[in-house]
Design a protein around this ligand. Structure first.
Ligand code: MLT
Length: 196
């Protein structure tokens, strides 16, 4: 199923998959893509769940409490969408780097939890553990996690747990800390760029 999106052809075979936070859209993270890799293709996606009119990538029952059934369905939808978009726009589905913030980071983490090679690498800004008690299939994927020591929405333990679950599965994880809260900062985006 095609999701609402924007695509911009780049000059390399890398594609940045942009996944916004709650209430965002497919254009929100374009400035990040410009910083992280201005030569890559860009695929910005809009989540197709609405919460009081705000787009999200999956439903939640309360703040920080996910509708796990919906999360699984939406994760599959996003995975299929990446494959379809790769065909449509002629990019290499094996060279996709996901960049997600908050709700977008959570669906990106869920991609890692469900598919071995959905993405080549992932940059997760302020993520949580998408699902507990799940065997994580990824192996060598590179993952950069940026988290805030004072983030009330995505507490530090969530980032730490996520990092260790991914590491145990064999991923190569870098955990980067800001002293801030939930906001996405210029410095963490620069750190993600250097890491990539
Ligand atoms: C979520 O629902 O994915 C997290 O609580 C973060 C957010 O509000 O986007």
């Amino acid at each position: 199923m095609m999701l609402k999106h924007t695509f911009k052809k780049g000059r390399t075979d890398r594609t940045l998959l942009l996944l916004h936070g709650t209430g965002g859209n497919e254009f929100d993270l374009l400035p990040l893509a410009e910083i992280v890799d201005k030569d890559a293709n860009i695929l910005g996606v809009r989540g197709n769940v609405l919460e009081n009119g705000m787009p999200r990538f999956f439903r939640r029952l309360a703040e920080g409490v996910f509708d796990e059934k919906d999360l699984i369905v939406r994760t599959k939808e996003l995975y299929t969408f990446i494959q379809e978009a790769a065909e449509l726009y002629h990019f290499d589905a094996k060279k996709v780097v996901a960049i997600g913030y908050s709700n977008g980071a959570n669906i990106a983490a869920s991609l890692l939890f469900h598919y071995d090679q959905a993405v080549e690498a992932a940059i997760l800004h302020h993520p949580m553990v998408p699902l507990r008690n799940k065997v994580v299939p990824i192996q060598h994927t590179r993952v950069f996690i940026a988290a805030g020591k004072n983030d009330p929405m995505c507490p530090p333990e969530e980032a730490e747990d996520l990092a260790s679950m991914l590491e145990q599965a064999g991923a190569d994880v870098t955990l980067y800390w800001e002293q801030n809260g939930h906001q996405l900062t210029r410095t963490e985006v620069e750190a993600a760029k250097d890491w990539l």
